[in-house]
Design a protein around this ligand. Structure first.
Ligand SMILES: Cc1cc2nc3c(=O)[nH]c(=O)nc-3n(C[C@H](O)[C@H](O)[C@H](O)COP(=O)(O)OP(=O)(O)OC[C@H]3O[C@@H](n4cnc5c(N)ncnc54)[C@H](O)[C@@H]3O)c2cc1C
Length: 432
């Protein structure tokens, strides 16, 4: 009897721990063919004329794929890497390696689901099934106390019901060995230049270092708990300005270098001593789930609802938008934040709300242009989180109903004490 081969199509799940598609493929097949495709779709030009994926995120992605390859090799596997349209590449590889089935994690945003549909159609033509798994959320769709169509639109109700009536599943085990077919040409990772991008220059002012991959994600999680333990011990933390309880895990979560369940169960382990901080982290994980489920329920309508609330175009919109992007609005805090975003690819949630709110409410620019710019720049870009949050700040979905904590402090009051503006804004740009 011929051997059974399953192709595992890695996308935003670049890890070997708590990865159901990998574990299931190893369990069900004689041999597993792990594949990652650098899809030119994500590197084409956006409306600003830049790459849809900026160079900081692209570098993070390359590091994450390289780390995944290393981990797979460590357990006896290999990662096939190709650059091209997965709807062409996957059927080719499936034919070459006599694959019996293809596994992947289901996505929710329309561009990602369009790609899955194209792959599914192409595989059908060669009589192969694309099997969909659910692996990006904290709560599994099938454990929810309601079907997708009845998920409450209010975050408060969603949270209450999910926490009361559902449980987070345990992580699936980490494979310690696997078999792949003989792979004559596993393929090299492309250089940034081959993806049409320049090498990023690291800004010495950046408060954080983001290196892609599961290995660093696990270190970052450890570091988070050590930081909050330290804050807990330091009774003066609140006054010393070091009271930032956020995890900075979002880039790794967005690329699936770590799963929400892994973070959740670590939080539960540490919860006794630091429940104030860890509860805040659990709440944030739930926000991520909420946006994803809203996309699952409403599709594109989630960000198109109440379009009469969209901004009204003014004559010099293009100039104002360019000023916003380049940190040249004349409002010091907004400008400093945009400089930080452009230089590092990461800004805090508060900063995101301030700059998004300024674009929408003060400049009256279409929020979708801002969301597309964040898509290019953010290292942690995630379709449902980015477009969902922007839609909330824009008020196209009812933020009050969901008690969404939108930043309300006046821009010039914030973070000035810590020298934040001075450090990010060229002196000549501070105009008021
Ligand atoms: C306009 C705007 C755009 C945004 N775009 C993105 C995006 O593209 N990708 C992204 O991951 N987050 C996005 N966010 C949400 C949030 O700003 C970031 O997730 C957060 O700042 C990441 O920092 P952290 O990992 O330290 O978060 P923590 O506070 O430590 O939270 C832990 C995790 O929970 C999730 N999370 C936290 N807050 C939110 C939220 N409001 N919505 C959804 N998930 C959340 C993230 O995965 C985060 O890593 C956006 C917010 C706004 C206002």
């Amino acid at each position: 009897m011929s051997e059974r081969i399953i192709l595992v199509w890695f996308r935003n799940d670049l890890r070997i721990r708590d990865n159901e598609i990998l574990v299931e493929a190893i369990r069900k097949a004689d041999k597993v063919l792990p594949v990652y495709c650098f899809d030119p779709f994500y590197f084409r030009k956006n409306p600003s004329g830049n790459s849809k994926t900026g160079n900081l995120r692209a570098r993070f992605l390359l590091e994450s794929v390289a780390d995944l390859r290393k981990s797979l090799r460590h357990i006896g596997g290999e990662l096939v890497v190709r650059t091209g349209n997965p709807a062409i590449i996957l059927p080719q590889l499936a034919g070459q390696y006599h694959v019996n089935e293809v596994y992947h994690h289901r996505e929710v945003a329309h561009e990602e689901t369009d790609i899955s549909e194209q792959v599914e159609t192409a595989l059908w033509k060669i009589k192969l099934n694309l099997k969909h798994f659910i692996g990006h959320t904290l709560y599994h769709k099938e454990d929810m106390p309601f079907p997708i169509k009845d998920i409450p639109d209010s975050f408060a109700v969603f949270k209450k019901k999910v926490e009361r009536d559902s449980n987070v599943r345990l992580c699936v085990g980490t494979p310690d060995s696997m078999k792949t077919p003989v792979i004559p040409d596993a393929g090299k990772l492309p250089a940034l230049q081959e993806l049409g991008l320049d090498l990023p220059v690291d800004d010495p002012r950046s408060a954080y270092t983001f290196t892609g991959g599961e290995t660093v994600a696990l270190d970052q999680l450890k570091q988070y708990f050590s930081n909050i333990n330290q804050m807990h011990k330091n009774k003066n933390a609140r006054n010393s300005g070091s009271n930032d309880h956020t995890s900075k895990l979002s880039p790794w979560i967005a690329m699936g270098c770590i799963s929400l369940r892994q973070v959740y169960w670590e939080v539960i382990k540490h919860q006794d001593s630091n429940s104030h901080h860890t509860n805040a982290l659990l709440l944030d994980l739930l926000w991520r789930d909420y946006f994803r489920f809203m996309f699952k329920k409403h599709g594109q309508k989630f960000i198109a609802a109440n379009s009469d609330k969209d901004s009204i175009a003014t004559g010099n919109q293009d100039i104002l938008f360019e000023g916003w992007k380049n940190g040249e609005t004349g409002v010091p805090l907004v400008d400093a934040i945009m400089h930080e975003l452009n230089a590092t690819g990461f800004i805090s949630n508060h900063s995101r709300q301030i700059t998004a709110g300024y674009l929408i409410n003060d400049l009256k620019i279409d929020w979708k242009k801002g969301a597309a710019y964040f898509e290019e720049k953010l290292i942690d870009y995630s379709p449902a989180s980015n477009w969902g949050n922007w839609a909330f700040v824009a008020g196209v979905n009812d933020a009050r109903e969901s008690r969404y904590p939108i930043a309300s402090k006046p821009a010039n009051e914030l973070e000035t004490k810590s020298g934040y503006i001075d450090s990010w804004l060229p002196v000549a740009k501070i105009t008021n």
